[in-house]
Design a protein. Structure first.
Length: 391
């Protein structure tokens, strides 16, 4: 093994990402980036050390602590695999609106550029028993004589990701999953060799933590460079490994908002909308605290106006409307929303107004929210979030 100082030296130079980071408040941005580095190191440990393709286990990936632009309604689990192997995943479907598998090569952060998606599969397409329990085999070819659930896994696959999107936080039944490799003899997992530990530490300190921040900063910068500032754009994020079969479209914008301003978001809603949401993220592509702030809304949480439209207000302080989106104090950042398997993909409109003049621009039927109602809504968020299984 190399001396510890060798690995510490690998961390040096990451501060060069700071000038590339967008934003208006230099000190705030610096604090957010340094915190993001610590987050990346923590997330990377799970991905690089918790399990191996021969002895896999689903590790937490992007949740209320690891906030590199995850969906606030989502819980993700990651397991490394060898695409030439055969794996069995056992679990319970639960009853969240969305649950599925994603196969890919080089999950975001493993390299300076994202890998690619190799397949997306919906849990609802699997055969389950009366209690929602299932088993599914992943392999390049269907095993001889196997008549149960089977999903094709390209040989280049190196991870299986499980994603679950919830509407009613803490009240829905979460999914449960376990994974095992079938094509190697059952054995106790060997202790990592010094060479293996060295390789993982080198990747973590010399690559992963910096790669993830570079990709995140680039995602915000690209949106702004394309001119989508306070103006929504539809995006599929295929370049981040979603794959062409991912049944979701994203509406996104960079927001640039002074302290005395607000953005009014207005959107038609698809006739069929199994799942949709909108979230606020900062200039480094990190979700604004969603446990203790209303920085996101989903199709259950959002109030729909009497005319069938969704209207929300992005602002730095509570405007007294039900669909407030809290900036978390960020004057520059992004909003991202999702249409999942929806019958249409509307692009919301945005108007920038003075916060003090909001009443002049909102419709008379805009659902309001009294202070005590807001406190109760926030209480439901923080309790519901903590009741979800994220680890």
């Amino acid at each position: 093994m190399k001396d510890w100082a060798h690995y510490v030296d690998l961390l040096k130079g990451a501060e060069t990402l700071l000038p590339e980071s967008p934003g208006r408040d230099a000190e705030r941005l610096k604090a957010q980036l340094w915190q993001q580095f610590a987050m990346n190191l923590s997330q990377g440990y799970f991905l690089l050390f918790q399990s191996t393709p021969d002895h896999p286990e689903f590790a937490p990936f992007e949740n209320s602590v690891f906030l590199a632009q995850p969906n606030p309604d989502a819980v993700y689990y990651y397991a490394p695999v060898d695409g030439r192997g055969t794996y069995r995943v056992t679990g319970d479907r639960g009853n969240a609106p969305v649950a599925g598998f994603a196969l890919g090569n080089r999950i975001i952060g493993m390299d300076p550029t994202p890998g690619k998606g190799l397949g997306n599969f919906d849990f609802d397409d699997l055969l389950t028993d009366d209690s929602g329990r299932f088993e599914v085999i992943f392999s390049t070819e269907r095993p001889a004589g196997h008549s149960g659930n089977w999903l094709p896994m390209p040989a280049e696959t190196d991870f299986i990701l499980v994603r679950q999107f919830s509407y009613d936080w803490g009240n829905e039944q979460d999914l449960r999953v376990a994974i095992e490799r079938l094509d190697i003899p059952s054995q106790i997992r060997p202790t990592r060799s010094p060479e293996e530990v060295d390789a993982s530490l080198t990747h973590l300190f010399g690559g992963y933590f910096r790669n993830l921040s570079g990709i995140a900063i680039g995602a915000v910068a690209r949106c702004a460079e394309r001119g989508f500032v306070n103006s929504f754009n539809l995006n599929t994020y295929q370049e981040l490994g979603n794959g062409k079969d991912w049944p979701q479209a994203y509406f996104e914008t960079v927001f640039d908002l002074a302290e005395d301003e607000a953005l009014i978001i207005e959107s038609d809603l698809p006739d069929e909308r199994p799942y949709w949401n909108i979230q606020v993220i900062d200039a480094l592509w990190q979700q604004v605290d969603y446990v203790y702030r209303q920085s996101s809304l989903n199709g259950l949480q959002a109030a729909v106006d009497a005319d069938g439209k969704f209207r929300a207000v992005l602002s730095h302080r509570d405007p007294g409307v039900a669909n407030w989106l809290d900036t978390g104090g960020n004057t520059y950042g992004m909003m991202i929303g999702r249409w999942y398997r929806c019958s249409s993909q509307p692009v919301p409109a945005i108007r920038k107004v003075k916060f003090a003049e909001l009443d002049r621009h909102l419709t008379p039927a805009t659902p309001l929210c009294a202070p005590q109602e807001r406190e109760e809504a926030l209480r439901r968020r923080r309790i519901g979030s903590q009741l979800r299984r994220k680890w």
